[in-house]
Ligand binder design. Structure first.
Ligand code: ADP
Length: 190
């Protein structure tokens, strides 16, 4: 199995690229954000629990991630690997992922970060707010999400660098150019 993490700040294009990667390599796409939004739409117990947190741009508590992650991973059959999109976001989650994979005799194969500066991100998320109306795409909430990313998620770069699994690509440019840059990194490791 190829266990791939697409890493980057909110609005860096992880969702768009993850779908394309999953399709090309026959990986299972796991977007924790999508799982939470589906639960909110369907008003499940989990959805009700996380709705307020997500609308404020805060992180959902790590233990709830653990709960959904194993279920999501076990729901796929006949896939050649995973694309993790929006997970892990904290060091704790990275350790949890390590343990889940370890139980399956697996480990993280590669982490690719999409590099996009703050000004570009804010612009993209405000534009997405107009198009999709996501409740967490307002100016204040966006700023909160970026600062949480800088404080809690960014440290994962050192974590994965120490494991020799981290690399980055420029996240600004055409969707296909960025996709090809990510594929090059995967092809070097797969
Ligand atoms: P983005 O990458 O644009 O911030 P996501 O769709 O990945 O959007 O996530 C939306 C929201 O869902 C996050 O702001 C957070 O509240 C919650 N969330 C998603 N994944 C996680 C995670 N791994 N840990 C904690 N909260 C998460």
């Amino acid at each position: 199995m190829f266990n791939f993490i697409l890493f980057g700040p909110p609005g860096s294009g992880k969702g768009t690229q993850s779908i394309k990667i999953a399709e090309k390599y026959n990986f299972a796409h796991i977007s924790t954000g999508d799982i939470f939004r589906k639960n909110i739409r369907e008003k499940t117990a989990l959805g009700l629990k996380v709705q307020g947190i997500i609308e404020k741009g805060e992180l959902v508590p790590d233990e709830l991630l653990l709960e959904i992650l194993e279920d999501a991973m076990n729901s796929f059959k006949n896939k050649k690997g995973f694309v993790f999109d929006g997970f892990p976001r904290t060091l704790n989650q990275a350790d949890d992922l390590e343990k889940i994979l370890w139980k399956k005799n697996e480990k993280v194969s590669l982490v690719v970060a999409l590099e996009v500066n703050d000004d570009e991100i804010i612009g993209r998320l405000l534009k997405r707010a107009e198009l999709e109306g996501r409740k967490d795409d307002t100016k204040d909430v966006i700023e909160n999400r970026i600062s949480i990313y800088n404080n809690q998620t960014q440290p994962l770069i050192d974590y994965y660098m120490a494991k020799n699994t981290f690399t980055a690509v420029n996240g600004i440019g055409g969707i296909d150019d960025i996709f090809n840059a990510i594929c090059d990194k995967i092809d070097q490791k797969i």
